[in-house]
Design a protein around this ligand. Structure first.
Ligand code: SF4
Length: 335
């Protein structure tokens, strides 16, 4: 399948701490470390991991809302790949018409002083796309696609529930008819009863418009519901990447095993033994040597402390970063 987005050796490093008022940073936090990944056209790629694993930073770096420190992101547009690193601010604004983001908190991401019509129209106005009537027509069309009624468009965000606000945020992201959307925990702030409606809306829009999603989530049941493939992140690195079903039924990385075994109710037939990783997530500013997971891994061997495992393809389409991936029988394996 042709990639819509190619990510190569991506690093995002933040300076932290300062010695004195104007001093140099005393440390650096590598939020994203050496990530290479293809996102295929029309797929939903899930990105999972604990808080602090770098998921949101990776999503923002792909859009260049956070400038990568190293590496590149290429976007397929008009039969060629555009390297976002080569674009100035004007060029980035143009490419953002095709790449949008939906945020976690629909309460914080909408301007309370704008009507729904103005909120959805804003990207079209800023990018000078169409005349007034054309813009209003487009706003009504995307609002309808997102399940909003025409008579709701003159209201302000405070008049809407969380689920409806997320519909408004999705409509705004869709106004420019993008090809790619990064959805950062788009349902985690919503009531459980509303989550399924919004997830179904994402799927429906994908079918209608051929969208490609990067779906960032910590709720693995949500990921199982919507994603074609899943990438598992740990301390800024991808440790496993494969089809959703394989991630849930036959994970190969010990960290994925611990994550997946923590959700026994996803399928009553899936009998995975609970496996817990010991300890807390290490400080990302000072990650462990060798395999970053070695301080919590029940299968750790002394050499795991020395060399960092590469993300290798151990079978077609299944990538794992573990020295023992091919020989290990995971204790939480599905019975
Ligand atoms: Fe565990 Fe070693 Fe594999 Fe890291 S490389 S996940 S420490 S077995």
């Amino acid at each position: 399948m042709e990639p819509l987005i190619k990510i190569r050796d991506l690093d995002v490093i933040f300076p932290i701490g300062k010695s004195g008022f104007f001093g140099k940073p005393t440390a650096y936090l590598q939020a994203v470390s050496g990530i290479s990944l293809d996102i295929h056209k029309r797929e939903t790629l899930g990105l999972v991991g604990e808080s602090g694993s770098g998921k949101t930073t990776l999503g923002r770096a792909i859009l260049h809302l956070e400038k990568p420190t190293r590496g590149k992101v290429e976007f397929h547009l008009d039969d060629e790949y555009v390297d976002l690193e080569d674009l100035n601010t004007k060029g980035l604004r143009k490419i953002w018409r095709h790449m949008q983001m939906v945020f976690q908190d629909p309460y914080a991401s909408l301007n309370p002083r704008m009507t729904v019509r103005e909120i959805i129209a804003e990207p079209l106005v800023v990018n000078r796309i169409g005349n007034k009537n054309g813009i209003l027509e487009k706003v009504e069309k995307v609002a309808e696609m997102c399940g909003l009624q025409r008579d709701q468009l003159g209201r302000y965000p405070h008049a809407f529930s969380g689920g409806q606000r997320q519909r408004i945020a999705i409509a705004r992201a869709l106004a420019l008819m993008p090809q790619f959307i990064v959805s950062d925990e788009p349902v985690s702030a919503l009531d459980v009863s509303i989550q399924a409606q919004i997830l179904n809306l994402f799927k429906d829009l994908q079918n209608k418009l051929g969208l490609t999603y990067l779906f960032i989530a910590h709720d693995l049941a949500t990921v199982a519901h919507v994603c074609d493939r899943v990438a598992v992140m740990y301390l800024g690195q991808i440790v496993e990447l494969t089809e959703t079903e394989r991630i849930f039924y036959s994970p190969k990385h010990p960290y994925t095993e611990a994550l997946m075994s923590a959700i026994p109710d996803i399928d009553p037939d899936r009998k995975m033994k609970p496996v817990l990783s010991s300890g807390e997530l290490p400080n990302p500013a000072n990650p462990p040597s060798g395999c970053r997971f070695h301080t919590r891994c029940r299968y750790m061997e002394p050499y795991c402390r020395e060399a960092q495992p590469e993300l290798n393809e151990i079978m077609a389409g299944h990538f794992v970063a573990c020295h023992r991936a091919e020989s290990l029988t995971l204790q939480g394996a599905v019975e």
